[in-house]
Design a protein around this ligand. Structure first.
Ligand code: PMP
Length: 375
């Protein structure tokens, strides 16, 4: 007779020790039913460049026969477009399946088994990758003072005497360190032969802080970027790194030990068209920035605390209403935002900037929730 109890006893019995100790990243929900105002994963509220749509049509239309062939493993056409844009050479650019993949390869290439540090409030995928690759990642507490708990403690990071990975502008705090601060950090780390990795996923919304252009002249600075946000291409999964060719070679070593063709033909064509259309990029960024300013103002008028944002989202809390109540109230009105159940930031909502109309509805919903809760 079959004894089913065994199979039910331990659902992880075939897992490797590695799989057992992982702590997977929990991505924002992607509801498959319609009718939601979706402001939880920092996607663009606007479509990608019309040139992208044309390029994708071509890749699956007149050029579709080429889909039988693997894509260019190095994505050279896209690397050339990006190297022009950032004032570097082709060998200074690395293309990946979303920037998360570059970050994963980066952890494997430079931090596996080694010490590294990052701000305690930052992109929560870093600790996940650290576990996967056995990096000894230490979380450095945030600074007090203005925006208490949200500002990066640069001195604290440098005092830790280890390579640094940091998002700039930071997520979910929305706050950017200045370009000078980042370059000073790099210089300090260079004296100790330590690497600085800057995740510039949101830098197109505040290029003043960016160090991507020309960063390849330093051998200890790697910059990571994405097509998912300002380029409105989250659905295509394309990211990239800019850096010294020795650093890019290390990323290629890891990629080619994992998956030689991570970026498909359609995605390469789409990203190339997006990279070449700087006008659409500027228009999208300007529109989102305008909406961001008015939305923040409206939140402040409702009594929210909300730092000035250098990204395409706001990070806000209300001093008298718990984050959970606000989140649930919005969800009940089919508005999806992000909240992190993490000590210190559990009362904040991370609200992606949507269209002006979507943001009006968010503000109206929050007005109603506050009225219900505080009356
Ligand atoms: N870095 C940061 C700081 C992010 O917020 C995100 C988006 N979740 C990413 C990287 C990854 O973006 P993608 O993989 O879509 O390029």
């Amino acid at each position: 007779m079959n004894d089913m109890s065994d199979t039910r006893a331990d659902t992880t019995k075939y897992y490797s020790p590695l799989a057992r100790m992982l702590s997977p990243y929990v991505a924002g929900e992607q509801p498959q039913s319609g009718g939601w105002i979706k402001l939880n994963t920092n996607e663009s509220p606007y479509p990608p460049s019309p040139r992208v749509i044309e390029a994708v049509r071509g890749a699956v239309g007149e050029d579709a026969a080429a889909l039988r062939l693997y894509p260019d493993p190095d994505a050279d056409a896209l690397r050339d477009a990006l190297s022009k844009r950032h004032g570097v050479n082709r060998e200074n650019v690395f293309i990946s399946n979303g920037s998360d993949e570059t970050l994963a390869f980066m952890f494997a290439a430079f931090f596996a088994g080694l010490d590294c540090v990052t701000p305690a409030v930052g992109y929560s995928f870093y600790p996940t990758y650290a576990l996967l690759f056995g990096a000894k990642l230490r979380l450095i507490p945030m600074a007090d003072g203005f925006n208490a708990g949200l500002n990066v403690d640069v001195g604290g990071l440098l005092n830790a005497n280890a390579p640094i990975i940091i998002a700039n502008p930071n997520a979910p705090t929305t706050i950017a360190l200045s370009r000078e601060t980042i370059l000073d950090m790099r210089e300090t780390l260079a004296k100790r032969s330590q690497l600085l990795v800057v995740d510039e996923a949101y830098a197109p919304f505040h290029e003043d802080c960016a160090v991507a252009d020309g960063c390849a002249r330093y051998d200890n600075l790697l910059v990571v970027r994405t097509f998912s946000k300002a380029y409105a291409l989250a659905g295509m999964r394309v990211g990239y790194a800019i850096g010294h060719s020795d650093l890019i070679d290390a990323l290629c070593r890891v990629r080619d030990s994992f998956n030689s063709y991570p970026v498909d033909r359609v995605a390469q064509a789409a990203a190339l068209a997006a990279a070449e259309d700087v006008e659409t990029l500027s228009r999208t960024v300007a529109a989102i920035s305008d909406t961001k300013i008015t939305s923040r103002q409206a939140l402040l008028s409702l009594g929210f605390e909300c730092a000035h944002s250098h990204t395409n989202f706001l990070f806000a809390r209300h001093p008298r209403v718990k984050g959970r109540i606000l989140y649930d109230g919005l969800a009940a009105r089919r508005i999806l935002v992000r909240r992190f159940d993490k000590p210190g930031i559990e009362d904040y909502l991370r609200i992606t900037i949507g269209t002006p109309d979507e943001m009006k509805r968010v503000i109206q919903a929050l007005t109603d929730i506050l009225k219900e809760t505080l009356s």
